[in-house]
Write a protein that binds this ligand. Structure first.
Ligand code: ASP
Length: 436
């Protein structure tokens, strides 16, 4: 058995949390590779070290003094080192080098990546594990995209030389050796990359919640924890705004068929959520519910549209030329609706309408804003009848108007659009109908 374990920022925010992490890692000798984030918030008004590093970079680039912020960063690490009792250990040389680099125009990603780098060094020392700099084993291509195959080769060769190691999350190297980070929350991706390269049996992702929740706890009181979810269901839920795991973290382990276990550092006994390639159990109809506001629908109507060759293509071409991607495409016989992210329309809406008119000569065309989308996701929907009926009834009973409904052909999800102001109410109605 081999496990790769990743710990998020709140799991490594101070020495007390470091001790919990060490207890977890050392409790099983199959936990060979550890991927840390940078120290996160210790309390709600606290700052994440990564944010302090970005602030440092901003100040340096404006020619302002970085002294205050930089000291806050080094104080965080020194506090951890001291409270862990690591007497013969110091990061002074690293601080000196980082400070010098920041003042001499080091790149933004380099500066941000030092949060994980320094935390990884402390953790490796504390666990008595080897330290592998992610810049030596994680690679990006010239165009900035992740180089999966080169990384997998280099990483697996390197891991073979270390029985136990810490590999800092969030960053890697460009072909010219400069540092590049993944997007925010990217240590999850590093963990997944390491798990693939190590051919791990499981990728444990330790955070501060006991797994994936069936719905957003800010909207639904005390939602149930999802026991098992498939990669595909997770992808659907994360697309719709459910966060716990970085979206891109799924791909490396998915290729290798490695399950991810979301676990809680503060409650290690909790089972957490298992994310698996396929799940046999379809007894639960619904796996989770998620949604987001901020969508607009462009509705184009034309008599006999259904028989007009190339109509849809012409509408989409206008959007494509304006660089707007569409989210959903529910159509009627003589209407076509294109749901897009409102932010992507920006100032383009005044150009889009005349262009679609020119391309399709419609009877009417309109853009309607302030929509919310809700996805009801579950592999159990294929096998059970009447899910859509139940869903729509629950919403009607809550006196909410459904603006659009779209059932994916895979029957893994049903997506509905409601007015943004009805969003929370609709989510509660659906949860009450299917789960509570
Ligand atoms: N420290 C980085 C962030 O705050 C990456 C991570 O925590 O995964 O986004």
């Amino acid at each position: 058995m081999l496990k790769v374990v990743k710990f998020g920022g709140s799991s490594l925010a101070d020495a007390k949390q470091f001790k919990k992490v060490a207890d977890i890692v050392l409790a099983e000798n199959c936990r060979h590779y550890v991927v840390p984030s940078a120290p996160g918030k210790r309390f709600s008004e606290d700052d994440k070290v990564t944010d302090l590093l970005y602030a440092c970079y901003e100040k340096a680039s404006k020619g302002e003094s970085i002294d205050d912020v930089f000291t806050r960063i080094t104080d965080r690490y020194d506090g951890i080192i001291k409270d862990l009792g690591l007497e013969d250990f110091s990061l002074e040389e690293d601080y000196y080098f980082i400070r010098h680099s920041v003042l001499h125009k080091a790149g933004r990603d380099f500066v941000a990546s030092r949060g994980e780098y320094l935390n990884g060094k402390i953790l490796a020392k504390y666990l008595n594990f080897d330290f592998i700099d992610a810049a030596e084993v994680i690679f990006f291509k010239d165009d900035g995209t992740f180089d999966a195959e080169r990384t997998n080769d280099a990483m697996s060769q390197r891991l073979a030389k270390h029985e136990y190691a810490v590999i800092p999350g969030f960053y890697g190297a460009m072909p010219n050796d400069t540092i590049k980070t993944f997007s925010r929350g990217g240590s999850d991706i590093t963990g997944s990359i390491v798990a693939r390269a190590a051919q791990a049996d499981i990728y444990e992702n330790w955070t501060d919640v006991s797994g994936f929740l069936m719905a957003d706890p800010r909207i639904i009181e005390n939602p149930q924890v999802i026991d098992t979810i498939t990669y595909r269901e997770l992808r659907e839920l994360s697309y719709m705004g459910a966060t716990v795991l970085h979206e891109d973290a799924i791909f490396p382990v998915r290729i290798a068929g490695i399950p991810i276990n979301i676990k809680n550092t503060n409650n290690p006994e909790d089972r957490g959520t298992m994310i698996v390639p396929v799940a046999e159990d379809t007894s639960k109809v619904i796996t989770g519910i998620a949604g987001k506001k901020g969508f607009s629908v462009i509705t184009v109507e034309k008599d006999m549209m259904n028989s007009e060759l190339g109509f849809g293509r012409r509408v989409l071409e206008v959007l494509e030329n304006e660089g707007i991607s569409f989210e959903h495409l529910p159509s009627g016989i003589d209407t076509m609706s294109v749901i897009v992210n409102t932010a992507s329309l920006e100032d383009k809406r005044t150009r889009i309408i005349p262009q679609i008119c020119k391309a399709t000569d419609p009877d009417t065309i309109a853009i309607h804003d302030d929509l919310a989308l809700i996805a009801v996701v579950g592999r159990g929907m294929v096998a059970s009848k009447g899910v859509a009926a139940k869903l729509l009834t629950s919403i009607a009973k809550a006196d909410i108007n459904v603006r659009m409904i779209d059932q994916g052909s895979c029957e893994l999800n049903i997506i509905i659009a409601v007015d943004a102001e009805d969003f929370e109410k609709a989510l509660r109605a659906i949860y009450a109908e299917f789960v509570a």
